[in-house]
Unconditional design. Structure first.
Length: 250
């Protein structure tokens, strides 16, 4: 199989985070039109965050603290919220001629104490071999310790990249990169992360905001796979291997 690219869109990009359950349809349409030519020609996995479609529900039912019969009804309610976003996302891709398909982690994956044990990579591999674009999203996942947990798109990306030996990993956000003192940090590594204050970049939610993204991508860097964080407007720069003005995690 050709080199695999994983592209993740933050929840703040695909939803309006200040408005519960509101999908940013215009931005998704623009994204779909932009990437359609590339999505048809290279193996591509798309992952998107949940934003306002899922975070409020997960928080209300305390899913991330563990699930028992007392709060189990929150599993379906949270999943349906993110599923609605995922299905609309895929419909816009398909309208642009991209052979995309929804992938729900609640059906394909398993976690242990909040970390993915299996992320459905064999199913993803089979889809890519047929030229289909899998579209994954942050979701509720059954957990062998907690009962269930929230697995963010930020955790999906490194898990999938390592399992499938992806060569290009990009994260598009509503900020130009990882910020420190209002400026983009061009490179982050284990060597300098301790000197960087992520306070300017953090938009905290149940999955950890920018700090959570960086921590997950550093795990990916540990495996020898660099990743890129950039503004949504610079997606084509990333896909065409041009300077995107953002941050490289290596």
């Amino acid at each position: 199989m050709s080199k695999i690219t994983i592209l993740k869109l933050g929840g703040s990009v695909v939803t309006r985070k200040s408005e519960t359950g509101t999908i940013n349809t215009i931005r998704i349409q623009e994204f779909a039109a932009q990437i359609a030519p590339i999505a048809k020609s290279v193996p591509l996995i798309i992952v998107h965050g949940a934003g306002s479609c899922g975070h409020p529900e997960a928080k209300h039912y305390h899913i991330q603290e563990g699930v028992t019969k007392s709060n189990a009804k929150g599993i379906a309610i949270t999943h349906f919220a993110v599923r609605k976003l995922n299905e609309e996302f895929v419909l816009h891709l398909r309208a642009e001629g991209v052979d995309a398909i929804c992938m729900h982690l609640i059906c394909t994956s398993i976690a242990k104490n909040g970390r993915l044990v299996y992320s459905g990579e064999e199913q993803i591999k089979a889809l890519l071999a047929l030229g289909i674009v899998p579209v994954l999203h942050g979701d509720v996942v059954m957990d062998t310790v907690r009962g269930a947990c929230i697995i963010s798109g930020d955790q999906i990306v490194p898990a999938m990249a390592k399992a499938l030996s992806a060569t290009r990993v990009g994260v598009a956000t509503d900020v130009p990169g990882v910020l420190a003192k209002g400026r983009v940090v061009p490179v982050i590594s284990r060597g300098n992360i301790g000197t960087i204050n992520l306070g300017d970049s953090v938009n905290t939610d149940v999955t950890g905001g920018m700090r959570g993204k960086v921590e997950e991508l550093l795990l990916l860097a540990d495996a020898g796979i660099p990743s890129h964080i950039f503004h949504i407007s610079r997606i084509m720069d990333f896909l065409q291997d041009r300077d995107h003005g953002g941050t490289i995690i290596q």
